[in-house]
Design a protein around this ligand. Structure first.
Ligand code: DAH
Length: 377
């Protein structure tokens, strides 16, 4: 910066100024100096230096003029100094302010250019997902049962042995527990009850009847767990829909009629159903429902001749277990076994989905390979 301190650091007397007409050239010089300084200012830090040099309260040029020129000036010089100072001040202040504004909008401009959105670029595509096939099958099943007056309830996946077994008439050491060999939770010593991942959705029969007096018509979709080794038809986690209907006058005919209605809605009107005697501790009598093979139409013969590999020539495929609720179960939920009757069923959803959509490996439901999922939009 040019040497501007020199004149303003001295008094007028030291500068040899004695007449008013000698004052204005000094101000004219200062203005030229200021304008030269200003021309070099392009960004904020430079601007701040300029402002401080000229306007700082303590030692800015204008303060120095006031202190060194104006205050000690003789009365006849004061006027000329005051006028020159005022003019210089308003020039300096207005120029500094307009440069500030220019720098600011310049910065805004360059930020705008930097951040400008390029509308010609392709956008980010966010593909819309779809429901997993298992979820879709749950919904199909729920819709069918809604249409005949059932409602949906859901329950805990972590259960007590009481709900998972005992209240379903499966006492400790009952051999059917072996089929349900399962995962128990590692609990701290002194925990009030052992806990396990439920092996079926049947515990919700008990929980529902504990809460609700008959009539009961519910289905229970959900996940269940068993210690099975994974293969094409087994997984340690799978899905079931439990069903329960209890009222004062439910008969075996209501039971088979309901199941048949469901199966025809789900697989199509062409299929036939049959039931075979079976055993479950919580139903009496217990049955296993079969449906005519959807692959060979129940003939047992594959399309190109030969034995149908799906039903192994039987023409029938085993679907799920069911039965009339065993009166012993009512004892656990304070229902009067003499007054009420009902039926229950438990279907494996993965199995139903595999049959309906011709999927031959249960593992694909859990691998979440998009190539598989995409086939069921
Ligand atoms: N809970 C049984 C299982 O997972 C299935 C079942 C059979 C449920 C008969 C029922 C039923 O409600 O009545 O193997």
């Amino acid at each position: 910066m040019p040497n501007i301190d020199n004149p303003t650091g001295k008094t007028l007397a030291q500068l040899g100024v004695t007449r008013p007409d000698q004052v204005s050239p000094f101000f004219a010089d200062l203005r030229v100096t200021f304008d030269a300084n200003l021309a070099l200012v392009h960004e904020e830090t430079e601007w701040k230096m300029l402002r401080d040099r000229w306007l700082a309260r303590k030692s800015g040029v204008l303060t120095l003029i006031t202190d060194n020129w104006l205050k000690p000036a003789s009365p006849d010089l004061k006027r000329a100094v005051g006028a020159g100072l005022n003019e210089l001040r308003s020039h300096v202040e207005s120029q500094i302010e307009s440069r500030r504004a220019a720098i600011e909008t310049g910065a805004d401009q360059s930020a705008l250019t930097r951040d400008r959105i390029d509308l010609s670029l392709p956008g980010v595509t966010r593909p819309i997902g779809s429901h997993h096939l298992i979820r879709q099958v749950f919904q199909e099943i729920e819709d069918i049962f809604f249409s005949i007056g059932f409602s949906v309830v859901e329950g805990p996946e972590i259960e007590t042995p009481y709900y998972n077994f005992e209240a379903l008439n499966i006492p400790e050491f009952h051999p059917v527990r072996d089929d349900m060999d399962t995962f128990y939770l590692d609990l701290p010593k002194g925990a009030p009850s052992p806990l396990l991942l439920r092996t079926h959705t049947s515990p919700m029969q008990i929980r529902t009847m504990e809460k609700q007096k008959p009539p009961v018509r519910v289905i229970v979709p959900g996940k269940v767990y068993r210690r099975d080794n994974p293969d094409a038809t087994h997984s340690f986690i799978f899905h079931q829909v439990e069903g329960l209907a209890v009222d004062t006058d439910i008969t075996f005919c209501d039971f088979t009629g309901t199941i048949e209605y469901f199966v025809k809605q789900f697989f199509g009107p062409g299929v036939k159903t049959r039931f075979r005697p079976s055993y479950f501790p919580f139903t009496e009598p217990s049955v296993e429902f079969d449906v005519t093979c959807i692959f060979c139409g129940g003939t047992g013969t594959a399309a190109g001749g030969g034995v149908c590999s799906k039903c192994k020539g039987a023409g029938w495929i085993e679907l799920f277990g069911a039965g009339m609720v065993d009166p012993a179960v009512y004892g656990f939920v304070n229902y009067d076994a003499k007054k009420v009757s009902g039926f229950a069923f438990g279907m494996g959803i993965d199995r139903l989905a595999m049959l309906k959509y011709q999927i031959d490996d249960i593992q694909v439901f859990f691998q979440n390979d998009v190539r598989f999922l995409k086939q069921f939009p």
